[in-house]
Design a protein around this ligand. Structure first.
Ligand code: SF4
Ligand code: SF4
Length: 444
């Protein structure tokens, strides 16, 4: 198989980064890739999807990695996994890696170990230049679930119609479930018995980088990795609900310019020119001429460390930084200097944030369970809501119309192959009942 053939398989199966980013995976394939780095860090607390996939499907994941190395001419595929999770890797499967390009690399139990810049450094020693993508240093970073989806597409032509999700937080029992893409989040929580959300809020994703769920409208997408339920009064929810203009006013009143938010920033520590304290100062003091203080935010990964760990004044520099990054993106403004730091900063090792420290600082120790059950319940929703935009790039255009009968796996929308985007499929058998600017709704 050549690269173009594998790209077509991945595009036709609608595979995008399943870890949350949603970048169309076929566009990452390149003959310039020397190393495939598998993101098995699962660095956000309470998330367990990759744990379960590694535990149950390591052989299939390895199969896909071998084929990807072969197709792209990559010399190795490195599974980056924390030492505490090594036991998940089935020893007899690992023994078959000898003589293959597949390697396992232990990475430190820090947050954000799964940030692709941090992960690339920890697994390969390479630093991705500022504003560049991993392939510029010969690396392709790919999530565990994404690789498993590639395996299913390569072997059975199976499209992405299912999603693996951890449901946890303030619930009696954390579980990992496999659900149809497009199931309404409220319907899913109802069917597992967690639908009473009085005085509670739901986060789509982890407690650091997740987003608040609109329980009336949101549905599971290809990038949904976890649904975490917390009391509305919890600091995590309060931080997510804080409007940016209020965050700005608070920064203006209380920032003492101590620089701790910069000192601990994982990208600053890798040598990037990202000094978020300068952004806070420029934004809150109206220093509009200081363009560098704004442009540098294109380098922010939104990890939230500066807000949760660093700022003793309770400010949220990450919120300002990501707001500015979003605006830069909307106007097509990127960091294009592509300069690689010559080395990481000397103080990096002493400033890394352990997962344990993060859990305590977030106030979620009581929600960390010893065991998260993988539940094999079959979910058969009466309706699914297939989002037209659940990936980076152009939204997909419907190729069905209201009244059409569809089977699970049929293509219902797509972005043309030449554009950045992917393909969407029906995740249940049924009839297209409605098409909105956001969803294709399929009912049984
Ligand atoms: S969120 Fe804060 S700590 Fe994280 S990369 Fe952005 S500026 Fe740095
Ligand atoms: S850590 Fe807080 S107080 Fe210190 S510079 Fe950053 S935003 Fe200001």
């Amino acid at each position: 198989m050549n690269i173009e053939e594998l790209q077509k398989i991945i595009y036709n199966a609608g595979i995008v980064g399943a870890g949350g980013a949603g970048f169309p995976t076929h566009r990452k394939l390149s003959d310039k890739v020397e190393q495939i780095v598998v993101n098995a860090a699962e660095c956000e607390p309470l998330m367990m999807v990759d744990h379960h996939l590694l535990e149950c499907h390591l052989a299939e994941i390895a199969e896909a990695l071998k084929a990807m190395c072969d197709t792209m001419g990559a010399k190795e595929a490195i599974i980056g996994i924390k030492g505490k999770n090594m036991h998940l890797l089935n020893e007899s499967v690992v023994n078959t890696f000898k003589g293959t390009p597949i390697k396992i690399k232990e990475i430190p139990d820090i947050y954000p170990a799964g940030d692709e810049v941090v992960l690339t450094y920890e697994t390969t020693g390479k630093i991705i230049p500022e504003g560049a993508i991993p392939v510029m240093v010969g690396v392709m970073v790919v999530n565990v679930e994404t690789v498993y989806n590639i395996y299913k597409a390569m072997t059975n032509g199976e499209p992405v119609v299912k999603k693996y999700i951890t449901i946890g937080g303030d619930v009696p029992k954390d579980i990992t479930v496999t659900v149809p893409v497009g199931i309404k989040i409220k319907d899913l929580l109802d069917s597992v018995g967690y639908g009473n959300l009085e005085n509670k809020a739901v986060v789509n994703g982890g407690p650091m980088m997740g987003k608040l769920v609109d329980i009336d409208t949101d549905a599971v997408t290809k990038t949904t990795k976890g649904l975490l339920i917390f009391p509305k009064t919890h600091g995590i929810i309060q931080r997510m609900m804080l409007p940016t203009n209020i965050a700005m006013k608070r920064a203006s009143a209380a920032c003492c310019n101590c620089t701790m938010c910069t000192d601990i920033c994982p990208r600053y520590l890798l040598g990037y020119n990202l000094e978020v304290h300068k952004t806070v100062r420029a934004a809150s003091h109206g220093e509009v001429q200081n363009t560098e203080a704004f442009l540098q935010n294109a380098l922010c990964c939104g990890c939230g460390i500066c807000s949760v760990i660093a700022c003793q004044q309770g400010l949220t520099p990450s919120k300002l930084s990501m707001e500015i990054k979003g605006s830069l993106g909307k106007h097509g403004l990127k960091r294009t200097n592509n300069i690689a730091p010559e080395s990481v900063r000397d103080v990096r090792a002493s400033r890394l944030v352990s997962s344990n420290k993060l859990i305590d600082r977030l106030g979620i120790r009581r929600y960390v369970k010893d065991f998260v059950e993988k539940v094999d319940t079959q979910f058969n929703p009466d309706k699914v809501y297939i989002a037209l935009s659940q990936h980076v790039g152009k939204p997909a255009t419907p190729v069905v119309k209201v009244g059409d009968k569809v089977k699970c796996g049929d293509v219902v929308a797509l972005t043309p192959y030449e554009d950045l985007g992917t393909t969407m499929h029906a995740s249940i058998n049924g009839t297209v009942t409605e098409i909105t600017d956001r969803f294709i709704i399929i009912g049984k």
